[in-house]
Design a protein around this ligand. Sequence first.
Ligand SMILES: N[C@@H](CCC(=O)N[C@@H](CS)C(=O)NCC(=O)O)C(=O)O
Length: 214
Amino acid sequence: MSLKLFYAPGACSFVPHAALALAGAEFEPSLVKLHKGEQRAPEYLALNPRGQVPVLVDGDEVVTQIVAICLHLDARFADAGLLPASGLARTRALQKLVWMNNTVHPTFTHVFMPQKFAGDEATQQAVKAHAVQTYRGLLGEIEDMAGNASPWLGGDKPGVLDAYALTLLRWGGFAGIDPQTLPKTWALVQRFAALPAVAEVIARERLELNVYKG
Ligand SMILES: N[C@@H](CCC(=O)N[C@@H](CS)C(=O)NCC(=O)O)C(=O)O
């Protein structure tokens, strides 16, 4: 069955993008230019009516939502170890993955797209400022996880948690958070980015790892 991933550079779609590469999957990457509104084009909305990336097309099936896509890829490429295979290690990894997706990620959405949460400019600025503070604290929790990585966030193999940590830490730079103030996460993310499969994805997305401008 053919696999196709709709992604946007530097967006949360980096997580399944890196997962596919780590799994050594053959897939077709398809670029969606969010800044040009391509996610709202009728052809794209036919695929994902929510107008978001990522979208994974596996044969005739369309899968959305990062957690679902990660679980789908983990099942499809069981040997890749994108998540721990079983037991409490798997439970703990899912606990982290779901939290990254349902808490850290939406907090950054408040920073990056405050217009989704408030109508007027002043309230948007207040939403953003508050979310930056919250986001800093959440990255602090990821820093604790990175301190316990052995050697990756999910255990002995690099996987989706590391890919999400990279994405979230990188976004921190846009929120004015210097990644070097989170040294354990920064070291883990750099180590992850240096893996040949991941480096290829970073090159395709043309990502600068540290976007913090001081
Ligand atoms: N809950 C969704 C969130 C996906 C999401 O937030 N996608 C963002 C990029 S990081 C997006 O496509 N935004 C475009 C828009 O909202 O117009 C998931 O887990 O897949």
